[in-house]
Design a protein around this ligand. Structure first.
Ligand SMILES: NC(=O)C1=CN([C@@H]2O[C@H](COP(=O)(O)OP(=O)(O)OC[C@H]3O[C@@H](n4cnc5c(N)ncnc54)[C@H](O)[C@@H]3O)[C@@H](O)[C@H]2O)[C@@H](O)CC1
Ligand SMILES: Nc1ncnc2c1ncn2[C@@H]1O[C@H](COP(=O)(O)OP(=O)(O)O)[C@@H](O)[C@H]1O
Ligand SMILES: [K+]
Length: 536
């Protein structure tokens, strides 16, 4: 399992290693600089390298890289941007080594507020020499505010000159301008070929738009003590990898029958929305559930029977079509005959927010209070949940409930907008988890999964999944895994991984442009062939 930290957590890990463990800051820095320099030497023959340094320790890494590369036959040019009074002690030390070696001129460019951006850029332009490698060591995880003035000009010149001379761009630790937690860019930002990041990957490098700033992010071990990660606030973000997916999936019982592999009850669909029920149910079957029941309005009977004859249908009447007694009867039937057989329940895809949908959600939440059955709440059921204002959510929901909002639904659940939720996905996910006390799967180009104790970031998937019905497929995958006996947490995390990996398979075959939600079901089969064990 790969672990990622936020910028703040990384600093805490650094500080603990230095102050509590007693590892000299310069040891870590030397390892970091050596790692980045070695990467450059592994992909390029010695030539000319241009290094843009700030005055913090990211800049100090850049100076140390300059020394190492110079000693290995490289011609080095350095532009130091900022005020020398702000330089860290490590920076001054690295600079003093360069001075003693008498081989490297450091060109300074001081910060002052009296120029406009164009003036800065033309002044800086002279410092940016043609080179085959461009290194960005302006800001690392210490970036704390929007980039402006001389720094903005320095970044823009760096991008422009790098492009003009076709140089290989290396960002030290993290692309300058990228926020190491949110993945948002703060003002200007470097676009590099590779980010050589130290100790742990930073969450912001894997969230979008941050993940698009470089083609590759390489994490280097810089010798930080392993315990350092236990001395940070909160939890690191875990990223499931293929080998973990294999372990978590386990093996399928060779002598199992359909009862062994769990029954998923899917409460979904409304008039014109049969597809949502179909996609969720199809995905549940394709992920291995033994039986799938669909609870849906009568109008969807024919289409669902034709699309998925394998599903058991329970067709219900709209409230307007029946008497109060009949309405009570059909709910009692669901409560007494259908829900008790479920090993996992999905509620919400295409459900609508009408009175019947509301009653169905009430019934499922009531069921949740007395039974220990994993429940996936999605789409309209989330919208209905967002409309409830006077309940203590944490009392209703628990560790067996999985909410799967996209940014629109997340915004609604948190009384905010989709735009805000997408921009601050981690923050919103944390608040949602606190509010409902359950498992929160906050979906976007990167999906964040939070439980009471753990944080996960999913790295599979692609833009082809931004197509109607993808989310419905996810509900079926998660519920199917839960029905087969995985804990709700593992079902959610593995489900999101599988769903993304299925999307990646679909994209290989159809391209992200033309794949549709149904293709994810075929993708699931391919991924399951790759990760399922051959023998018990
Ligand atoms: N011993 C350590 O602490 C290690 C640190 N390392 C490097 O050190 C970096 C962190 O160093 P620092 O904490 O010194 O931080 P940075 O070097 O990332 O930058 C901090 C400096 O930039 C200024 N700053 C922040 N945002 C700004 C903005 N928008 N405009 C203008 N100035 C701004 C700050 O006031 C501060 O002076 C890491 O990313 C990594 O590259 C590595 O060498 C590994 C070991
Ligand atoms: N650009 C993307 N990269 C990776 N995954 C994506 C991307 N866009 C959407 N997805 C995934 O596709 C699914 C879309 O879900 P949702 O918006 O609920 O779809 P729908 O409501 O149409 O079923 C989510 O799991 C989301 O994480
Ligand atoms: K950097």
């Amino acid at each position: 399992m790969k672990q990622l930290l936020t910028g703040k957590q990384m600093k805490q890990a650094d500080t603990w290693s230095i102050k509590e463990f007693g590892m000299e800051s310069l040891i870590l820095m030397e390892r970091a600089a050596l790692c980045a320099a070695q990467h450059i030497m592994s992909v390029q023959k010695p030539g000319c390298v241009f290094i843009m340094c700030g005055m913090g320790n990211n800049g100090a890494d850049g100076l140390a890289m300059a020394r190492i590369l110079s000693q290995n036959g490289w011609s080095v040019r350095i532009a130091a941007i900022g005020q020398i009074e702000k330089a860290t002690k490590e920076w001054l030390y690295q600079k003093s080594l360069l001075d003693k070696m008498e081989i490297l001129p450091v060109q300074y460019f001081y910060e002052s507020d009296d120029k406009d951006e164009e003036e800065y850029r033309s002044a800086l332009s002279n410092l940016y020499v043609p080179a085959q490698v461009y290194v960005d060591a302006l800001f690392g995880v210490g970036l704390s505010r929007k980039v402006s003035g001389v720094y903005r000009a320095a970044i823009e010149e760096w991008n422009e000159h790098k492009k003009k001379c076709g140089a290989y761009g290396v960002a030290v630790d993290i692309c300058s301008g990228l926020d190491a937690k949110s993945g948002q860019v703060l003002g200007a930002y470097v676009k590099a070929d590779v980010q050589i990041t130290f100790g742990y990957g930073k969450v912001g490098q894997f969230l979008y738009p941050g993940a698009s700033l470089s083609d590759q992010t390489i994490t280097c071990d810089i010798g930080m003590p392993n315990e350092a990660v236990y001395h940070v606030d909160g939890f690191p973000f875990n990223c499931l990898e293929k080998s973990d997916a294999k372990d978590w999936l386990g093996s399928r019982c060779l002598w199992g029958n359909k009862g062994t592999f769990g029954r998923v009850v899917i409460i979904a669909g409304s008039s014109g929305m049969a597809g949502a029920a179909y996609l969720s149910a199809l995905a549940a079957y394709r992920t291995g559930a033994g039986l799938v029941d669909i609870v849906t309005p009568k109008c969807n009977r024919l289409v669902l029977q034709q699309l998925l004859p394998e599903a058991v249908l329970h067709c219900i009447s709209e409230i307007s079509e029946i008497s109060k007694d009949e309405d009570e009867e059909q709910l009692a039937y669901l409560r007494n005959e259908v829900l008790p057989k479920a090993k996992a329940i999905v509620i919400g895809p295409g459900l609508s927010t009408d009175t019947l949908a509301k009653k169905l959600l009430d019934m499922v939440l009531e069921w949740n209070r007395s039974q220990n059955c994993p429940i996936v709440i999605d789409a309209d059921a989330l919208n209905l949940l967002a409309m409830r204002t006077n309940i203590d959510h944490a009392e209703y929901l628990g560790e067996n409930v999985i909410l799967t909002p996209h940014p629109g639904e997340l915004g609604r659940l948190m009384n905010s907008s989709a735009k805000e939720a997408a921009k601050n996905l981690l923050y919103f996910a944390e608040e949602l988890q606190k509010k409902f006390g359950c498992i929160c799967v906050c979906k976007d180009a990167r999906t964040v999964i939070l439980t009471q104790k753990n944080r996960y970031l999913n790295l599979t998937g692609n833009s082809g999944m931004a197509t109607g019905g993808s989310g419905d497929v996810l509900t079926g995958v998660i519920a199917s895994l839960a029905a087969q006996g995985l804990s709700a947490e593992r079902a959610a995390v593995l489900g999101v991984w599988l769903h993304g990996a299925a999307g990646d398979e679909a994209a290989k075959e159809k391209s992200p442009y033309s794949m549709i939600a149904r293709d994810l079901a075929d993708g699931l089969s391919k991924v399951l062939i790759q990760i399922s064990r051959k023998k018990v």
